[in-house]
Design a protein around this ligand. Sequence first.
Ligand code: CU
Length: 132
Amino acid sequence: MKTKVIKLVALFMFGAFAVFAGNKTEKVKVYGNCDMCKARIEKAAKAVDGVASANWDKKSKMIDLAYDDSKTDVHKVEMAIAKVGHDTEMHRATDEAYNKLHGCCQYERAKTDMKMDGKKDAKMDMKMDHKM
Ligand SMILES: [Cu+2]
């Protein structure tokens, strides 16, 4: 009887470990306006392999991410979000992606000259990947 209980406990602990292993949560800023943005941002984040959950808050502009850090990292998720037109603190969307957004979704972004997007972003991304 006693060994059975120990086995059960061990099994449970192993299960819990397997579930939590490699899981990370992170909160990052994503620019957007409305519920349409929320749906778009969360969809893009969840489409990244390894992301377990994504929850963007309209007011604080913060997204809560839970992901398996053996499969992905916050930069990959931010890049996926930037790809659908939403700037994050570290990854800026291209003007092209931003301009495709629904009119009500065109949040206010920091004005920078044309050099800031596209190629330069790609370069920045690469630098960050190397660091990790
Ligand atoms: Cu919107």
